[in-house]
Design a protein around this ligand. Sequence first.
Ligand code: FES
Length: 913
Amino acid sequence: MRRTKRDPGVLRRILPVVAMIRLTVDGIPVEAAEGSSILAAARAAGTDLPGLCFDERVSPQGSCRVCLVSVDGGRPVTSCTMPVREGMAVRTDDPRAAGAARLALELLVSEQPERALRIPADRSELVRACQRFGITGSQFHGSGHARDVDRSHPYVKLDRDLCIACGRCVRMCAEVQGTFALSMAGRGFDTVVVAGTGEEWISSPCVACGGCVDTCPTGALAEPGLLDPAPIDRATTTTCGYCGVGCSLRVHVRDEQVAAITPVHGAPVNRGHACVKGRFAYAFTRSRDRLTTPLIREAGRDSPLRPATWEEALDAVADRLTAVRDRYGGEAIAMISSARATNEENYLAQKFARTVLHTNNIDNCSRLCHSPSAAGLTASFGMAGGTNPFDDLDRADCILVAGANPTEAHPVIGARIKQRVLDGARLVVIDPRRIDLVGFADVHVQARPGSNVAVFNGIARALLDNGHVDQTFVRERTSGFDELTELLRDYPLDRAAHLAGVDPTPLAEAARLYGSARTPAIVYGLGITEHTHGTDGVRTLTNLAILKGAVGTLDGCGVLTLRGQNNVQGASDMGALPDLLPGYQPITAPRIRTRFSRAWGVEVPERPGLRILDMFAAATTGRLHALYVIGEDIAQTDPDTRRVQAALAACDLVVCHDLFLSRTAEHADVVLPAASFLEKDGTFVNFERRVQRVHPALPSPGEAKTDFEILHLLAQRMDADLGCPTPADAMAECASLTPTFAGISHDRLDQEGPLHWPCRGPDQPGESRLYLDRFATPDGRAALAARPYLPPGEQPDQRFPFLLVTGRRLPHYNSGSMSRRTPDLDLSPREVLDLHPDDAARLGLADGDLVEVTSRRDRVTFPVSLTDTVARGQVFTTFAFPDRPTNALTSDCADTTTGCPEYKVTAVALRPS
Ligand code: FES
């Protein structure tokens, strides 16, 4: 059922406001955007006008009355609810207004326990308001309360006696997060916030985004790190290191530990919002099992890892890498760089591989997630990134979400999509599971895993049949229309629906909604790319935007690709790829190779290197002798674990950088302790090509070093100088060699804020919206792709009748190495296998029972979780828990264009354990 606004008048449209209004506040001239409140204008002008029920992120309520002002000498008005008007004269110091506000505040304080006013002022708006009015107590005697404190949740404590029933938390949960978990219960002075229907917070539908604690003006809702009254030593603004959204966060540090992380209000991507991981899951930084010294093995893989000095460890790595390189050549060594590392570290890693190891055998984990996006988007449009800024969603009237579960994997994006839908946009969800967004959707196409190309061809055919193709755009700005039209003869809706295992009705409705929209947007994720025909999935999805003329124009909102790990876009942008130098410049182009060779003073190897899955094959066949892995747990997260383990065992030398002793580190000869994203200087690129600064908020524990430092030290020991001694220098060098980053520097980012690439010069703005003049393909046209549906690599059969889909759950990310070392574990303590109740009944399984899951490669036992979010015949789980090694089951089938594994389709059998 489609969710609708609770109160149609409540939710704001977040649309660009252009007209500016001139007014005065206490005699000072002020300009404010049309539609803003007097309170917002007064605060922007520098007054500390309090407003206890006001938060600029949510709709005004006007209930606390501490924000009273006079306008043009008239009677007091609530400044939070009154919009600015041209020429108005506002007085915040009007005696009648101030007196009435003081009275309202005293009444509120009369209901509060004494401890409410002992909270440090920087953590309580109530205390700051009292300080402004000189209130230290109340002339009134309130009824007082003795309501209990809910400490059930690891991240949200509710002290009910401190609640002033301002409703900000309720509005944040509804209007910003879109979860509707909170409401006000009780009457009059007994009114208090409740989660769910009044159960303990931990058992409620709260998703722990932190919006409620962030907005609470009194400390009634608070987070553990800010309960301690001890002062915060310092706060640093940086970019989140979990997913590819790139939220701006403020890291508050006390005694060299993270005390709290809060979202930056007004930040471009997250707009003052965050999710349970970025906001709260930081305890891993000081986890007891954090690696703090290098580890080496004394005598082969059977000997234990022992602590070593950096000198010992670096000498061991340098000597053994040199020996392999000198004996077998650089192509006997491969490096896997990290989508968790900064751009500067990835730049240095690929430079190290090419200039010190003399090989192009470098890849990063985008190979395993979004390499089909890079290939598909480049082929369709000319560049390897999403086409539009996410803010364009604010003007989308229809959002097509395909193969993505943003409310769990990219929660801030999921919340923004909900906001837009609650504001009236239509929503189409194409996904094998009934994900959370389906509750907000107009239509859900529950297509069978592996059928994306059939689905998108069916919708494309319907766009043609319904007259929803922008013929002028197609004629003037595209190529390949005739070939596509010919192919689509084979994809009438009935056939496409049959191939996808769905009824034709939702597919037709999806096509009608997207086709009839004025400004449609496409948002997609790994459910499109992680397939044997992942690049075809991307190409056929982009066909829809091209046919509609909804990309490269202001009529549509383009194609947005939700990247997985925080810097998966940047790792590829920086050239940590076997066939591409920074900025996707082909290694096979002599002119480009020469430019890099001259700049680096070393001949760049010509032959493209190995992709990640090819590295494993090369190791097991004796062609690869050393594997150097930076910050990836390939033994847990890469498909077909046995094959990965065999490759690791076959290598003469395995080196890894990591925060913890990962499954991969257990196979390594040398393990080097690495810094986390909270301890680094550099930049990340988010899913919309936005380059953002990363600042170190705290020192690394023990002797851990940044990947940047480690690579420099290692190069020195191998008698090489990588140049660019600082991350800023690395970005400068990359910019000097890469036209798309030519205008990006740390200085500029620090002064101007984030920039989108391409940014072609220091005086050029970054290009957030691409292709408005021409596409970047060789002929300047968007290329329509005629791709037939081909079946996935694995199909269910009698022996393996179920389809296993892998993905993510809200509290954990990827391998879970960081989130499992935080109280997120209280929210999701173990991995389960989602199974439809009808299938469970057939197998005689009850909720929580163990089931043995067998694929053509291995078997793993899971507890089952019965849910109808998965279709009959399908099961779902993640690979965030090493004790349930899901990737022992997944196959080596991979995208035929890019080698991206087919994580989304594995044929399995289930047997009660
Ligand atoms: Fe204006 Fe509460 S902030 S009435």
